[in-house]
Design a protein around this ligand. Structure first.
Ligand code: ASP
Length: 232
């Protein structure tokens, strides 16, 4: 974390220099492209958040997704403001146990494991970012390249620690794997903080959704807690 904080402190100067070179080469059109990148990541995150997790909770945990989202909302807000799955861990654990009804023997395993390796939001950002950088540099990464992006983005997101900005650092692995310039990260660094906030909220929601599925399948789910909350 210390290293990331130090890098973040000097990043604006480095980014300014890299952006200056880029804009002299490709012009201001790059800003419009950056906006498209930003919106693409946001839309995919929202779709994943609502549909993938919604369907998982509905059909695998057999619970009402609306109730799930309502109960879990304070954790999403916490994750959004800290941009850290790890910092949110105590709140996630407390909520999954005492507001969603997952028993401690399941939650104490699934939630910390999820906070460490489950980073769907990060993988989504890395996938979109790689395509964006390939297009910005006009490099064709071919179909095999795209498949490689799926694989390495999944691995890089598993390897990413649950602290702010790390997804952007492990993105370097994905870029290198498909032969894209690592400096491409500078193109997106300016808008990454806001995306980091959103993807962290998505990441922690995934941990909770999967915890409910495991708890239901192991019969370690307390409906009274889930239902009791409904009236509050
Ligand atoms: N901030 C993210 C998390 O803690 C990781 C990242 O994508 O940078 O879940």
């Amino acid at each position: 974390m210390r290293l990331v904080i130090m890098l973040m402190a000097v990043a604006p100067f480095g980014v300014f220099c890299l952006m200056a070179t880029l804009f002299t080469n490709v012009g201001l059109g790059a800003i419009a492209d950056l906006f498209k990148y930003f919106m693409t990541v946001v839309i995919v995150l929202v779709v994943h958040f609502l549909f993938t997790y919604g369907l998982v909770v509905r059909f695998m945990a057999k619970l009402n997704p609306v109730t799930f989202y309502k109960r879990f909302a304070p954790v999403m807000a916490y994750a959004f403001s800290t941009s850290s799955s790890n910092a949110t861990l105590p709140v996630t654990l407390e909520t999954v146990e005492h507001r969603l009804g997952v028993k401690n023997e399941i939650a104490s395993f699934t939630v910390p494991l999820g906070a460490t390796i489950n980073m769907d939001g990060t993988a989504i950002m890395q996938g979109v970012a790689t395509v964006f950088i390939a297009q910005a540099y006009n490099i064709d990464i071919s179909m095999t390249g795209y498949l490689m992006v799926v694989l390495t983005a999944t691995l890089a997101s598993i390897g990413a620690a649950g602290v702010p900005g790390v997804g952007l650092i492990t993105l370097a692995l994905v870029l290198q794997q498909v032969g894209l310039p690592v400096e491409g990260i500078a193109l997106i660094i300016g808008v990454d903080r806001l995306l980091d906030m959103m993807r962290t909220a998505v990441n922690v929601t995934g941990d909770a959704a999967v915890s409910t599925v495991v708890a239901r399948s192991e019969d370690k789910f307390d409906f009274e807690v889930f239902e009791a909350e409904q009236s509050s």
